[in-house]
Design a protein around this ligand. Structure first.
Ligand SMILES: [Fe+2]
Ligand SMILES: [Fe+2]
Length: 272
């Protein structure tokens, strides 16, 4: 088996635009990174909230080995049977155990390598669920017996809580990758004990939007301070994510590279 393993992690796929972005650009990213495994966060696919069996099937067809989700998975009842029946579709593990699904997967990749994928969710500005730090400790105790290559999707809002989790798990997992805020952070690094870290990998979908939703509706909600139903945006498609290189023998990360594909333009169109 190869000495290193490259895992492609794709951030929150939002609505039809997110699926379209994957159909259009994932082949280019596969060419660029030649990943051994793919993990996709799919909490926002069905109109912005949740994931159906058909959508999950398409993601697995595109090469996803594991799909993670997040707080929005519970807002779509259709996602619950999927969580209950497919062990490669995860939800944050620290929700009450009576909810369907789990936040732990052991996946065998096409090259035969086994990776562990764990999802936990933060509590700062989010639901008051069980402690994500202690939950991660409990889960790792079990999972470490199976594999030394473990990727954690930390679905959280506050950057401080995310960075704290990075330090908490440094040297114990291959990567702690943040999801949920939909805005990629510029802090991808390998921590001193060998854990790849980024506060948020960002979103996949329409960037002519506010976090994937139509701008005019988001503006009404902020300015008028009343309820206006969100609609998913459709234009300016990008994939956000990160690729992590893992040392197979030791399970530590050798590198992490965040990406936005295609890149966002930092110049006015008249200047290009
Ligand atoms: Fe999200
Ligand atoms: Fe979320």
């Amino acid at each position: 088996m190869a000495q290193t393993l490259d895992i492609l992690f794709i951030g929150d796929v939002v609505a039809d635009a997110g699926m379209k972005a994957l159909r259009q650009y994932l082949p280019d990213l596969k060419d660029r990174y030649k990943p051994d495994g793919i993990i996709i966060n799919g909490e926002n696919i069905t109109g912005g909230k949740g994931l159906t069996e058909t959508e999950a099937k398409e993601l697995f067809g595109m090469g996803a080995n594991v799909i993670t989700t997040g707080n929005h998975i519970w807002e779509n009842w259709k996602a619950r049977p999927l969580l209950a029946s497919n062990k490669f579709v995860l939800r944050p593990h620290n929700y009450p155990r009576e909810n369907p699904g789990s936040g732990i997967a052991l996946a065998t990749l096409p090259n035969g390598a086994q990776i562990g994928v764990v999802q936990v969710q933060g509590r700062t500005y989010m639901q008051a669920i069980d402690c994500p730090f202690k939950t991660a400790d409990e889960v790792l105790e079990r999972l470490e017996k199976e594999t030394n290559m473990i990727i954690v999707d930390f679905h959280a809002d506050a950057t401080g809580e995310k960075i704290a989790m990075g330090w908490h798990l440094d040297g114990r997992v291959s990567a702690v990758l943040g999801t949920h805020t939909h805005v990629q952070t510029a802090d991808a690094r390998v921590l001193p004990q060998g854990t790849a870290y980024i506060s948020d990998v960002g979103m996949t979908g329409a960037f002519d939007s506010v976090l994937g939703m139509k701008t005019d509706i988001a503006l009404k909600r902020f300015i008028l301070q009343t309820a206006h139903k969100y609609e998913a945006a459709t234009d300016d498609l990008h994939i956000s994510g990160a690729c992590v290189r893992i040392d197979v023998l030791r399970g530590n990360a050798l590198a992490i590279e965040s990406f936005m594909y295609p890149s966002l333009s930092s110049r006015a169109s008249s200047e290009i």
